[in-house]
Design a protein around this ligand. Structure first.
Ligand SMILES: Cc1ncc(C[n+]2csc(CCOP(=O)(O)OP(=O)(O)O)c2C)c(N)n1
Length: 680
């Protein structure tokens, strides 16, 4: 078979496997796979990966940002030797199958979960940043530890989403030359022609971001233009590249070029004519000519396996040539944190200076950054407020800017919270146990909710340093004061939401956030000073909740977080002195970690027979899980000095005591069952 014959056969196989998956499931998106099959074939056949070892660290990364075209990706994974069988493909979109409706990162060969448009391209920027960092940290003459490319497919939809602008703008600034995005310029989205909503000049836009743009005018038929565009993109040394690939959605279908093929299975007659047109048996499904398997096996797969072997050897030799860095490299590859790192976390005792918890967070970062080169920080233009940058940190910047270099571990994200979240996901997905953290005001983490949700769904252990966590930020007012934010975040599965009450709890939050390799964290921190509490410790806080003030026969439990815990401690004293009411105080810095504890422990903190009042200057939504009555703020905040705001909203010693007294009076003589005592 000539090389053009095998190219054509492989492309048709990719097309028809994708169409068959969607037809069998009677659900999915056949249009983009039909248009993108040629570029997929030419891109993947030259990519460097080892499907027998899908996690090989120097593999080229491939991100399907237009995740709805996942049938295409499953076809590629199958043909290129990943553990997805034709049976798996024929179970597309079925419950429990290995081929869910959008790409999920548990699938071998899938680097990140995509589907919400725009996320994937921003993840790709994170992957490319991580690659540059690893290369700058470890590469030496004759020892290229990292030189992989990051490829991403994206469509009109991704480019319409704001997060792609944020991320691609930053990628241009950072001159991420090993990032190559392929834009499926097919002029169609769900509502029809892009003429109705998306008429900007993408080339000019991307060029202004600092990207190379290469236009392949006929992405359906001009195979040599596709191949030379890929080669040209790979040779870039100072810019990321966008290949604008003009294609026809649903190429070959009777409805090609229309929105009708975007997200509906092709009709049986259409599939029949398509198979006939491409020289396949129209009566058969899921056909793969042996020549196609053989071709990929003898070219791409052989080359990838060998490259992986050589890389393993290179890493071994590196140990001898560069013993110190070699040890670090080995440790990062093994995803083990240094044994002693926890001893660098600061601890506090009562009477130590009152500090804002954002300052306590800064002290943690200051103390641990040297032992943890896997920590890569940054802020969305709020460095001085978030206190996220340790002294003398090197910025991650192209060396040509004179502002830093690629071994720098501090990323200036600019005012791009959403991209920061998605980029952190990409950094975490790169491997080497990299631990990205990013700072902004807590209220603006909501801007990144799309990325945060995917951190949790995919299990990327990224850390949000979320300062200015309440009305306590004061004068900036209700636009900046979070209210519903923590209720929202606490409702996201697999997300730790820490609101530490002092220095020990702040250290505990970091300890857990950095130790996990599957759960992201939001650490909500104050702008204003808070005291170091009597009775707190890292160990207790790691449980997510604990009794801070214990009385022998409590009349009430005050449960609280962050800056209101010390207020509750004072209110408890006041209640005893003024009303002879015995109050326990429970600090509950993280619901997620508390929920992981045994029932016995949880009921020891919140036993039957004692009414519980929650106290937090945020929405009360969610607190009924742990309390009988809730004192919070179920309206927007206001602008003014923090002290005055606390008083205005009643969060004073007297205000909390008054609410507590009402709760005690209300429950007098009534049977009280702990809210944690439930049938299931
Ligand atoms: C954030 C987000 N909003 C909406 C959707 C639903 N959606 C899926 S595909 C699509 C249109 C995408 O158009 P395009 O990228 O041009 O894909 P093509 O039609 O070329 O397949 C939309 C709106 C989504 N997946 N993610």
């Amino acid at each position: 078979m000539s090389s053009s014959e095998i190219d054509n056969l492989a492309i048709s196989t990719i097309r028809l496997l994708s169409v068959d998956q969607v037809a069998k499931a009677n659900s999915g998106h056949p249009g983009a796979p039909l248009g993108l099959a040629p570029v997929s074939h030419f891109l993947w056949k030259q990519m460097n990966f080892n499907s027998k070892n899908p996690k090989w660290l120097n593999r080229d990364r491939f991100i399907l940002s237009n995740g709805h075209s996942v049938a295409l990706l499953y076809s590629l994974l199958h043909l290129f030797g990943y553990p997805l069988t034709l049976d798996d493909l024929s179970n597309f979109r079925q419950l429990g199958s290995k081929t869910p409706g959008h790409p999920e990162s548990e699938t071998p060969g899938i680097d990140v979960t995509t589907g919400p448009l725009g996320q994937g391209i921003a993840n790709a920027v994170g992957l490319a940043i991580a690659q540059q960092y690893v290369a700058a940290t470890f590469n030496e003459e004759n020892f290229t530890i990292s030189d992989n490319y990051t490829y991403a497919f994206l469509g009109d939809g991704c480019l319409m989403e704001g997060v792609s602008s944020e991320a691609m703008s930053l990628a241009g600034h950072l001159k991420l030359s090993k990032l190559i995005a392929i834009y499926d310029d097919n002029h169609i989205s769900i509502d029809g022609s892009t003429d109705v909503a998306f008429t900007e000049d993408v080339t000019k836009r991307l060029e202004s971001y600092g990207w190379n743009v290469i236009w392949v005018k006929d992405g359906n038929n001009d195979f040599s233009a596709i191949q030379s565009a890929i080669e040209e993109a790979k040779s870039s040394i100072d810019k990321p590249t966008l290949i604008k690939l003009t294609t026809k959605i649903g190429f070959g279908s009777l409805n090609e070029g229309t929105a009708g093929v975007h997200g509906s299975p092709l009709k049986p007659d259409d599939i029949k004519q398509l198979k006939t047109k491409f020289g396949f048996d129209p009566t058969k499904t899921f056909q793969v000519p042996q020549e196609v398997y053989g071709f990929y096996k003898n070219t791409t797969l052989k080359k990838g396996e060998l490259a992986n072997e050589n890389w393993d050897k290179l890493v071994d030799d590196y140990q001898e040539a560069y013993p110190e860095k070699g040890q670090l490299l080995k440790r990062l590859i093994s995803e083990q944190l240094p044994e002693n790192w926890k001893s660098f976390l600061p601890t506090y005792k009562p009477g130590d200076k009152s500090l804002a918890s954002r300052k306590l967070s800064e002290i943690v970062l200051q103390n641990i950054h040297q032992v943890l080169p896997e920590l890569i920080g940054g802020s969305a233009d709020l460095t001085g407020s978030n206190l996220t940058r340790w002294t003398n940190a090197v910025d991650f910047q192209p060396p040509s800017t004179g502002l830093g270099d690629y071994s720098g571990r501090y990323i200036r994200y600019g005012v791009r919270e959403h991209a920061m979240g998605a980029i952190m996901n990409g950094i975490a997905a790169y491997g080497y146990n990299l631990k990205p953290y990013g700072g902004t005001f807590l209220n603006f983490v909501s801007y990144a909710a799309g990325a945060l949700r995917l951190s949790a769904l995919s299990g990327h252990p990224v850390i949000w340093v979320a300062t200015h966590d309440s009305i306590g930020l004061g004068e900036d007012g209700p636009t900046h004061q979070p209210i519903e934010t923590l209720a929202h975040f606490r409702a996201i599965p697999n997300l730790m939401v820490w609101r530490p009450a002092d220095g020990n709890e702040t250290s505990a939050a970091y300890l857990k956030a950095i130790s996990t390799n599957k759960t992201p964290s939001v650490i909500a921190l104050t702008r204003q000073n808070i005291p170091q509490l009597e009775g707190s410790s890292i160990e207790k806080a790691l449980k997510g909740g604990y009794t801070l003030v214990k009385t022998e026969y409590p009349d009430i439990i005050l449960v609280s977080t962050g800056s209101e815990v010390s207020l509750c401690v004072e209110a408890a004293k006041h209640l005893k002195e003024e009303k002879n009411i015995n109050a326990n105080v429970v600090s509950l810095p993280d619901f997620y970690s508390f929920d992981e504890q045994s029932d016995e422990y949880k009921l020891s903190v919140f036993p039957n027979g004692v009414p519980i009042l929650s106290v937090e200057v945020l929405s009360t939504v969610g607190w009924s899980k742990y309390s009988h009555a809730q004192f919070g703020i179920d309206r927007f905040g206001a602008s003014g000095p923090a002290d005055e705001l606390y008083e205005y909203f009643g969060f004073t010693i007297e205000g909390v005591s008054e609410k507590a007294t009402k709760v005690v009076d209300y429950y007098k003589g009534k049977e009280i069952i702990s809210p944690l005592n439930k049938p299931f």
